[in-house]
Design a protein around this ligand. Structure first.
Ligand SMILES: C[S@@+](CC[C@H](N)C(=O)[O-])C[C@H]1O[C@@H](n2cnc3c(N)ncnc32)[C@H](O)[C@@H]1O
Length: 416
């Protein structure tokens, strides 16, 4: 299938957002706000902040690289950790580079433009492996190297341009959210967005929303797939062939005949894998997406399956009953919050032979895998991180879980 043919569209929506909070280590001696200190960066935590210590007290500082020596100013002190802003890099890492974006550091969208792309990939692999070990209890060797993006800049096919009334300046700000702030930073161009989206930003500025607080959704929908304005579609077309190839390989290696694609959106994975399965079924609660999935199946020749509208947790029992569990693979691709506990319980009860869990939120992913693998019901074969979002803290993961036969030892069961 051809991915990069697209149509630019503009819609308006108001969304909720979530933020990842880094781990809270134990306190030793607290620094003070305003204090200037020198730190050795020990690691980069998931979310993008470097971890250093002042007299044993943990300090989080953005825009740094592991092993760098940096001068920082303490900006916030909590019970168990402090936050700081970078003042000066005393000893830069070899991988430190000049960011491409003029708003980098001020805008909150990207976290890693100061780091060579190869170094970003290695760091993300380690972050995923650490997180899976910490939250999921899985050994680090399960995590493969990150599949890189062939186009690390100008890849995003969707951006949300924010508007905010600045009363003091008596001005409507139009741009992205500032780093560590609820304010909007004005931008004219985003280096990770596709050029066709950047071309629309001046138009938004010229015709801004009537009031602050409105987000303008700029999106390039694929020409070959049917996708309604508010339905989900993957945000990086350049990575889609690599992502699909990885999921196809994982499915093929199971030898399954049947595929259940849950949280299926417009049918993307089910249709891409349809030719490898005898039969498939997809489930999704977005009515428009299910209608589109049926149209996409007709367009791409996925006529050996069906798409059903409803909640995964409600429909999974009847879907699982359709096929022989011993020859069935189930794709889970839920939103960031992860799967409903009822869906995980259903899988543990009916025991399809493979679960392919795809997620852009490694923490909820590791939590849910831990549930699936409890008591040795499933075992984690591998975690394949996919760099869908270069220069940002985000990373997509494809995971392959296999059913343990009852006679198999429970040695692969994760620790608590
Ligand atoms: C991350 S997207 C994945 C979509 C699709 N797999 C793809 O690759 O295009 C998650 C999808 O799950 C849907 N969704 C969220 N909660 C759901 C639920 N409880 N049951 C079914 N679908 C749900 C959303 O509407 C969205 O389309």
């Amino acid at each position: 299938m051809v991915y990069p043919q697209r149509l630019a569209k503009r819609t308006v929506e108001i969304l909720n957002e979530t933020t990842d909070i880094p781990a809270t280590p134990d306190a030793v001696l607290r620094p003070e706000v305003g204090q200037r200190v020198t730190l050795q960066i020990e690691d980069i935590a998931f979310g993008g902040e470097g971890v250093g210590r002042v007299e044993g007290f943990v300090v989080f500082v953005p825009l740094v690289i592991k092993d760098e020596t940096v001068e920082v100013t303490i900006t916030e002190v909590k019970k168990n950790f402090a936050r700081a802003e970078l003042v000066n890099v005393i000893n830069p890492a070899d991988s430190r580079i000049d960011p491409e974006c003029q708003y980098y550091g001020d805008c909150g969208g990207c976290q890693y433009q100061h780091m060579a792309y190869e170094a970003q990939l290695e760091m993300k692999q380690k972050q995923v492996a650490d997180l899976f070990e910490r939250i999921g209890g899985f050994t680090q060797d399960k995590v493969t190297p990150v599949i890189p993006c062939p186009q690390p800049y100008h890849y995003r096919n969707r951006i949300l341009v924010r508007s905010q009334w600045n009363g003091k300046a008596k001005k409507l700000l139009v741009g992205f959210r500032k780093r560590n702030s609820h304010w909007v930073v004005e931008i004219d161009e985003c280096k990770i967005a596709e050029p066709a989206l950047n071309a629309q930003i001046p138009e938004v500025r010229a015709n801004p929303p009537k009031r602050g607080g409105i987000k303008v959704n700029l999106r390039i929908t694929p020409e070959d797939w049917t996708v309604q304005d508010h339905s989900f579609f993957q945000t990086n077309y350049f990575m889609l062939p690599r992502m699909v190839e990885a999921v196809r390989k994982v499915f093929q290696s199971s030898g399954s005949d049947y595929l259940i694609d849950t949280y299926c959106g417009v049918g993307f994975f089910a249709i891409e894998l349809a030719s490898l399965a005898k039969r498939y079924a997809g489930v999704e609660y977005d009515k428009g997406a299910i209608k589109a999935a049926r149209e996409n199946a007709t367009q791409f020749g996925g006529d050996n399956g069906e798409f059903i509208e409803g909640r995964t947790e409600d429909l999974l029992p009847s879907l699982l009953a359709k096929f022989d569990a011993g020859k069935t693979s189930v794709i889970l691709d839920p939103p960031r919050k992860g799967c409903a506990p009822a869906a995980l319980e259903q899988l543990r009860e009916v025991r399809p032979s493979q679960v392919i869990y795809i997620s852009c939120h490694p923490a909820t992913l590791a939590r849910d895998l831990n549930i699936l693998c409890a008591d040795g019901v499933y075992r984690l074969e591998q975690v394949i991180p996919v760099d869908m979002f270069p220069h940002t803290q985000h990373v997509e993961c494809i995971t392959d879980l296999r059913l343990n036969s009852p006679s198999e030892p429970e040695s692969q069961e994760p620790q608590d």
